[in-house]
Design a protein around this ligand. Structure first.
Ligand code: SAM
Length: 262
């Protein structure tokens, strides 16, 4: 397989942000397609807050959340408590252990754009879907980002972030290609739309900035220093710190979402 590293990492900061995701917000586009009795795969489920919500809706149907990063499952297992229709398993989307035609629905939230071979993953998803199964996917497209204020140093920060994702094998413009990717994997597109995740309160902006400071300054420091000097990196990190504390700072990230059927 071509070079691929999951760029997000499994730091407590990010995992706890993902653990706040809900079907009412991030998964609203897929909610109307879920029915009691469905067996669902949540692929790349992360900490699994939405996996557990899906399980509540489809009960007595069963939900399996899979992810390569199983250290996140503690969160989902705690949220699930005594529920018996939700399970978390470490597994890779490229090689699913399930028999063909197993699931009535598959949810892929914020995972396909991290993959270097999304077509291969979607062939696996197609295989494990029953005929008529419904699939919902939501992915970033950095081309739709709205951010304020800007400066050459902040532009430099987003440029470095973009380079890290590309180096790790992901595609931060995957969102716009969803329809084609699913169609080429054999699915029929039911609907496609877009929404924004926004960071507007001082807490949201501060925490968003803190994540990217950690992303560039710690998690990917060695890689980033191939593209800029220590001094330039420190200036960029300082600019992100000031942005994170800025009264007027705002960020909105575009997310493309689609629903398809086998
Ligand atoms: C941005 S997180 C999204 C997590 C969750 N779906 C959510 O929205 O909160 C992406 C997740 O995809 C997982 N992932 C990346 N590559 C994967 C692969 N090949 N197979 C399974 N999971 C993968 C990562 O470990 C990570 O937990």
């Amino acid at each position: 397989m071509a070079h691929e590293i999951y760029s997000g990492g499994y730091g407590q900061h990010l995992v706890s942000q993902f653990a706040r995701r809900s079907l009412d917000r991030e998964g609203a586009f897929f909610r109307p397609f879920l029915q009691p009795g469905m067996n669902v795969l949540d692929a790349g489920c992360g900490p699994g807050s939405m996996t557990v919500e899906i399980a509540r809706i489809v009960a007595p149907g069963k939900v399996i959340g899979i992810d390569i990063g199983d250290e996140q499952f503690e969160v989902g297992r705690k949220l699930a408590g005594e529920m018996s229709n939700v399970e978390f398993r470490q597994a890779n989307l490229y090689a699913l252990e399930f028999a063909a035609e197993t699931f009535d629905a598959v949810f892929l939230h914020a995972v396909l754009y991290h993959l270097n071979q999304p077509a291969q993953a979607l062939r696996e998803v197609f295989r494990v879907c029953k005929t008529g199964a419904v699939v919902g996917a939501r992915d970033v497209d950095y081309g739709g980002d709205v951010r304020f204020p800007t400066s050459p140093l902040l532009d430099g920060a987003w440029d470095l972030i973009t380079r890290v994702f590309a180096h790790n094998g992901g595609n931060i413009y995957f969102g716009r290609t969803q329809k084609r990717a699913f169609r080429e994997a054999g699915f029929q597109v039911v609907e496609a739309s877009a929404t924004y995740d926004s960071f507007g309160t001082p807490e949201e902006v501060g925490s968003y900035a803190a994540y990217w400071i950690e992303f560039l300054g710690e998690m990917n420091r060695a890689l980033v220093l191939q593209w800029c000097s220590e001094a330039e990196l420190e200036q960029i990190l300082d600019a992100l710190r000031s942005w994170g504390a800025g009264e007027d700072s705002f960020y909105a990230r575009a997310r493309c979402q689609c629903v398809v059927r086998k």
